[in-house]
Ligand binder design. Structure first.
Ligand code: ATP
Ligand code: MG
Length: 377
């Protein structure tokens, strides 16, 4: 907050207006520590850049410059209006405007459409403070129109309901019901971004109930799956827990949710967690083959409690890299060229070592190999 106040003071000293806006004001009024600070100003990006030593162009065409100060990053965005979002988070076209009020008017909900000056005075043209007190999510202006401009806002309403434990105001909810199908027009990356946040927020089931009841779910990829009962779900700080929970509790495959364009790493994490969760028994080989995070999610799914770091720590080797021999040794000892046999023998050797049946020592492994290999070939 102090750093943001300094940024504002600098802008004001140069003759501009500047305010803290959006989620930070909301969170401040709720007595929470805002996780990022957004400043809005009538200064143009080029002017902001001239005023501060260290800046990063993070969205200059949309009017946003990141100001680095005292180890913090403050996003300074020129007052603007906007239209059409087709990408992840930025509008396609923006128009810079001169007044704060016009900038606040383009924001989604009254609780997100307040500003605060450096002396903590609140500018609240749409009754955001009163809605905060009533724990209500209400669209700024005519809800239906706002959802036609950007249909993602409907899903954002659902997301904030769980994040804040708020209700969606009746008229806003009615507008979601009547415009629900528009959510189909939103880029899947933007949808996933909000769903990830729903899976992380403290009241996932609250959001999911709205998702279903508002009629939004049935227009979303895997909407049927999302409409399940989330009562038993407890968020765990990473969205992958939620996606895995969704599939595991309905015994579905990853294919069902692939429409959300997961990264390869996320996909692997979810799939491997499900694989581990579905194993009937876990032994040292399981702890060797699966990553700690995969096992952590699997434990969560199965409701089991295990000291995964300890079980991994106790393994004779933690990965292939620790093996005292390599493929070249095996080729030399057997006199054979590379081939599928090599992988099979390396795995056989790994298993013996992991299970403690063979010591990870080059000489001992050689004896074992020559013995077993001759017996085999
Ligand atoms: P969080 O604490 O989850 O980050 P936030 O309110 O900061 O919540 P952001 O998605 O970071 O939410 O957006 C910052 C602000 O930008 C919002 O508070 C809102 O004023 C505005 N905003 C963001 N997305 C939209 C949108 N699709 N339509 C209108 N206004 C939006
Ligand atoms: Mg934010």
């Amino acid at each position: 907050m102090k750093t943001a106040a300094k940024v504002i003071r600098n802008l004001e000293n140069a003759g501009f207006e500047a305010y803290i806006v959006g989620g930070a004001v909301r969170d401040f009024l709720l007595g929470k520590v805002p996780h990022d600070m957004d400043v809005a100003s009538n200064a143009y990006p080029e002017e902001v850049k001239k005023l501060f030593n260290r800046t990063v162009d993070i969205g200059i065409e949309h009017g946003t410059v990141l100001v680095l100060m005292e180890g913090e990053g403050i996003e300074v965005t020129t007052f603007r209006t906007e239209s059409e979002y087709t990408d992840l988070r930025r509008p396609d076209k923006v128009e810079f405007v001169q007044s704060l009020e016009e900038d606040l008017k383009r924001r989604d909900f009254t609780i997100n459409a307040m500003a605060m000056d450096k002396d903590l005075a609140i500018i609240d043209p749409f009754g955001g403070k009163s809605d905060l007190e009533k724990c209500l999510i209400r669209a700024v202006g005519e809800a239906g129109e706002r959802f036609q401009e950007d249909a993602l806002r409907m899903l954002r309403a659902v997301r904030f309901s769980g994040q804040l434990n708020f209700a969606i105001e009746e008229g806003t909810l009615a507008a979601i019901r009547s415009h629900a199908s528009l959510i189909r027009s939103v880029a899947v990356e933007r949808l996933k971004n909000e769903l990830d946040k729903i899976l992380l927020n403290p009241r996932t089931q609250h959001s999911m109930a709205y998702l279903k009841d508002s009629g939004l779910a049935k227009h979303l990829p895997a909407g049927g799956l999302l409409s399940m009962d989330w009562t038993g779900y407890e968020p765990k700080g990473q969205a992958a827990f939620g996606w895995a929970y969704l599939l595991h509790s309905q015994q579905k495959q990853f294919e069902e949710i692939k429409g959300y364009k997961f990264s390869n790493a996320e996909r692997r994490l979810v799939e491997r967690a499900l694989e581990a969760a579905n194993l009937t028994e876990w032994d040292d080989w399981t702890f060797y083959c699966f990553e700690a995070k995969e096992l952590e999610i699997a434990c969560y799914l199965n409701g089991t409690d295990m000291d995964i770091p300890l079980r991994k720590e106790q393994l004779p080797i933690k990965s292939k890299r620790e093996l005292a021999v390599n493929g070249i040794d095996l080729m030399e000892w057997s006199g054979r060229k590379q081939g599928p046999w090599l992988r099979q023998w390396i795995e056989k050797m790994e298993r013996h070592i992991v299970y403690g049946q063979l010591e990870n020592d080059n000489g001992l492994i050689k004896d074992w190999f020559l013995n077993e290999y001759n017996g085999d070939s």
